[in-house]
Write a protein that binds this ligand. Sequence first.
Ligand code: ARG
Length: 463
Amino acid sequence: MAHQALWSGRFKEPLSKIALAFSTSIDLDKQLYQEDIAGSIAHVEMLAASRILTAAEARKIRAGLKQIQKEIETGRFHLTGDFEDIHLAIEQRLMQKAGALGGKLHTGRSRNDQVAVDERLYLRGAIREISRLIVQLQRVLLYKAEKYFGVLMPGYTHLQRAQPVMLSHHLLAYIWMLERDHDRLRDCLKRLNKSPLGAAALAGTSFPIDRLKVAKKLHFDGIVENSIDAVSDRDYLIELITTCSLIMMHLSRFAEELVLWSSTEFGFAHISDAYTTGSSIMPQKKNPDMVELIRGKTGRVYGALMNLLTVMKALPLAYNRDMQEDKLPMFEAISTTRQCLFIFSHVLVHTTFDRRRMEDELRNDFLTATDIADYLVRKGLPFREAHAITGKIVTYCIEHRMFLGNLDLDILHTFSKAFGPDIFDYIIPHKSVEQKKSAGSTSPHEVKRQIVHWTRALKGRRA
Ligand code: ARG
């Protein structure tokens, strides 16, 4: 049965059932019950400390709120669509339990700052969790980079074979990308971790509340200074979902590579049976569904970002009910990002890489053509000329159904007299990789340096 709304004083008629059904947000915001109760307790304790309520009143309200939390957790208090939202549901229940005293909880605050504080508390936890999951994935990547140290694979540009690289180097690239996501999360937290409580509806309150005290109780780093700003903006959420979108973009690229690499055409990776599925019609199939789903779920997070940006665009200050529509994209983006990071770590643990396949592919191709050009440059030719000569060698090989590894010195001399027997040190993929000198390159020395860096960096990190 619909409850009498706490705001019903000036209304002659109750909210129609269909209007309530349309406007209730409880199905989603009931997930914020812990944050809402924590915010209310901090608020009521501050009211007592500021002598707006007596200590005894605050104690009773606090006890009531704690009981309500238990009732929710044990399923004795049903958060149904009869309530407009989680904030009113809890307050209404408190009034049932504590009578008129329960009505004092809302002194000097508004639902608008409750929504903002609940979200900030929830997102603070989400940032912690997502950061932890990133570190977990980075550790799996590092483990694989160490395990496969020395294995070479074709590096690609335009998905065309480009140059030999170390598999570890490729895996380490993702650790760096995820590290920037980790940094971005920390940066979001700096701006998000401010308390909006005490903004009241929008203009502040005539009660002598202590906003800083509430902020401290809730472990915020300070308050949102401007009361209109405090209840109006959702930039903290948009910023975080932007970061989630980048995380998903990174996961999705890696997912795409695992899809490709586990195909017969590539054959570079084998995802274990426990993380793949079969076909209901084709008995031979083994499909990489988990990584495909990660790639697919990226759309949900991008969608959430667009959704929020669109909801917020052109809203006049301060609060508007449109802003209630932030809950769906918020929960969707956070839970999808969490899930995908979690699953990705598991899939990767259960993925092996096929050294033989990767290195066979290197031999049967032209991946060290750049090394031949660089060799000629070292013999005194201008790079453009060296590039042209090497291009002709490649064409020759294609026409004669050969690869670079099949060339001998006689053939090479027909293209340039600059070639000496040491050229073969440059044509072999392993040598090519070892010849790299620049910082951050795919040389074993540089890749090892990165592995050492990440072993240290991830060791002390909380995950
Ligand atoms: N359920 C609403 C939301 O999430 C609560 C705020 C309602 N405030 C108001 N003034 N109607 O946005």
